[in-house]
Design a protein around this ligand. Structure first.
Ligand SMILES: Nc1ncnc2c1ncn2[C@@H]1O[C@H](COP(=O)(O)OP(=O)(O)OP(=O)(O)O)[C@@H](O)[C@H]1O
Ligand SMILES: [Mg+2]
Length: 251
């Protein structure tokens, strides 16, 4: 099971309220998309759920399978199966990709049976994602290109097999082939026991990883939720036009 339920969430950063009464729920087995204009709080939601210390939860709740996330320290949230693919993946000089993934996998929900099993799976995942084996011995994200860093996030996903994935613009900066590979990586996780929220600005990822539901965030709350037609309206009309369409529907 992996059911994320967020109710009335208000979150501030440096005493500025960013999320202001946000409700969203993603049932087990589903992949939802979260779109919205720049600066309206999408990354803030991901960071607050993951437990970034700069973000203060003012009120509201967030549960994963009924468990209160805000009561858990960050490492416990990860151990419960919450995974964040960063909008800007961090570089960790001094720690190789293989070491980092082994350590993280050992602490994950489903640790590898042995070092040999881990390496075998790592090699197979790297092959699947078109990552050259030499990357395993490079320092994590150190000097990686933008697209290589995003692929690395998906390698972490396949290694850790979390129950809930938050993907913050994992599609940005990817060439067309890399986008397909990343989409295939996410699709590989789809099914019972996994759910995800894909934060994105464009439909190109959503054409490959079809969302069960689409949410539009504005000013720190969900302004609309619906099917793929929301993505099409946005693409056609932009956010201005989207607001006009919404108002017309509600008039
Ligand atoms: N330290 C800070 N002080 C004041 N405001 C901040 C601080 N850090 C972030 N913010 C603001 O919080 C708002 C929400 O940022 P967030 O990164 O969540 O937006 P986003 O929806 O992910 O945008 P994008 O689509 O550009 O990634 C922005 O207006 C940002 O400037
Ligand atoms: Mg963002």
């Amino acid at each position: 099971m992996s059911f994320l339920d967020v109710r009335g969430l208000r979150v501030a950063i440096d005493s500025k309220t960013i999320l202001d009464g946000l409700d969203i729920s993603v049932p087990d087995g589903q992949i939802h998309a979260l779109m919205g204009p720049n600066g309206h709080g999408k990354s803030t939601l991901a960071a607050a759920l993951m437990g970034h210390p700069r973000y203060s939860v003012l009120s509201g709740t967030a549960t994963l399978d009924g468990e209160d996330l805000f009561r858990l320290p960050v490492n416990e949230r990860a151990r419960k199966g919450l995974f964040l693919a960063f909008q800007y993946p961090v570089e960790i000089p001094g720690v190789t990709v293989a070491k980092f993934l082994k350590r993280a996998a050992d602490l994950s929900l489903r640790p590898p049976e042995s070092a040999t099993a881990f390496l075998k799976e790592l090699r197979s995942n790297m092959e699947f994602l078109g990552i050259e084996t030499a990357f395993a011995n490079r320092y994590l994200n150190d000097g990686f290109s933008g697209g290589e860093k995003k692929r690395m996030e998906i390698l972490q996903l396949l290694t850790l097999k979390p129950s809930f994935g938050l993907f913050d613009e994992t599609d940005s900066g990817l060439d067309v082939d890399a986008l397909k590979i990343v989409a295939a990586g996410i699709e590989r996780m789809r099914g019972k026991g996994f759910a995800a929220l894909l934060i994105t600005h464009y439909r190109r990822l959503l054409d490959l990883v079809s969302p069960d539901k689409v949410h539009i965030m504005e000013k720190g709350r969900i302004a609309a939720s619906g099917g793929f037609d929301l993505v099409e309206t946005l693409e056609r009309e932009g956010y201005e036009g989207f607001r006009r369409v919404k108002e017309a529907v509600h008039a």
